[in-house]
Design a protein around this ligand. Structure first.
Ligand SMILES: [Zn+2]
Length: 295
């Protein structure tokens, strides 16, 4: 599971150099297959087979990741948030980043969060403190809270995200699809699906699928659940995904047993090459190494 490949130090992601090292490791020891092949030939947990997935649909997938994937001739799937592709929305964690990097205040005290020293060195830590507070909020309340934060910090947020935080375009997606990219849904607006009404849930799942199918003349099979942790994917979310005619669903963590194609485990490939190599090891070997290193 990847999100962004970028040299921009102000955004989370891995560099193109690290990403290429990942691809070299996979090229040497694994067989990278497309998700449909993996699902039809059976076991995803077969060690030799790897599927590469990307979430959200940031522009750098086109500029950084895709050229490298082409270089190694690796298939990949991307799960896009369609309002983000339409250019109508920000991913809310990026708004927090923008507020922190644009504010000219030296420090601020926020209710429920506490005092923040607004230095460059504290940027990541401050981002985590604010984001951790925002994440569990109701979808309907978070937007207003972040707008209020922008005011408190004296930052004006543009309606559309700046380049650094912007999404792919439909034209880029179409070009990459013609070149073999598989495209799935990551909903319309990236809400946590267990915290919205049934009507809103059906809209997020059905309309995002429909928009992609219309814009790209394709059939969307996969849904990648926003945030994708245990609390974000209920039985009702899965049943609604089935009802909306998805064929499979991706979660954002690795679980020992994953019997359902609507809860496909993933490994976050966010670290350096050693971190990736370790996370791809067999669970038993991992436990042995952990025990050994704790001795
Ligand atoms: Zn996402």
């Amino acid at each position: 599971m990847y999100h962004r490949v970028t040299r921009d130090e102000k955004v989370p992601g891995i560099t193109p150099e690290t990403f290429e090292k990942h691809l070299q490791l996979l090229n040497k020891y694994y067989q990278v297959v497309d998700i449909d092949t993996a699902l039809t030939t059976g076991k995803l947990e077969t060690k030799a087979k790897i599927v590469l997935t990307f979430d959200d649909g940031y522009y750098d997938f086109y500029t950084e990741a895709w050229p490298l994937l082409k270089k190694y001739n690796f298939p990949a799937s991307i799960y896009i948030t369609t309002d983000f592709i339409d250019g109508d929305m920000w991913m809310w964690p990026d708004k927090v980043r923008e507020i922190l990097s644009k504010s000219s205040l030296d420090s601020i005290t926020l209710a429920n969060i506490g005092e923040l020293a607004l230095s460059a060195e504290r940027y990541e830590d401050n981002w985590h403190r604010i984001s951790d507070y925002c994440l569990p909020m109701l979808e309907s309340e978070r937007g207003g809270y972040i707008d209020d934060l922008a005011q408190l910090f004296g930052v004006e947020l543009p309606k559309k995200p700046p380049q650094r935080f912007s999404g792919l375009t439909w034209t880029q997606l179409q070009e990459m699809q013609e070149d073999g990219l598989n495209i799935g849904s990551h909903t319309l607006s990236h809400p946590i699906l267990t915290r919205i009404s049934q009507e809103h849930l059906e809209q997020e799942l059905a309309q995002s699928k429909q928009v992609i199918e219309e814009k790209l003349a394709t059939t969307v099979k996969g849904i990648c659940y926003p945030n994708g942790m245990q609390a974000d994917v209920s039985e009702n979310v899965i049943n609604t995904a089935k009802k909306c005619q998805y064929h499979y669903g991706l979660i954002a963590y690795s679980q020992e047993k994953s019997d359902s194609v609507f809860e496909i485990s993933r490994i976050a490939a966010s670290g350096d090459i050693a971190a990736l190599a370790f996370s791809l090891l067999d669970r038993k070997i991992k436990n042995n190494i952990r025990e050994y290193s704790e001795q």
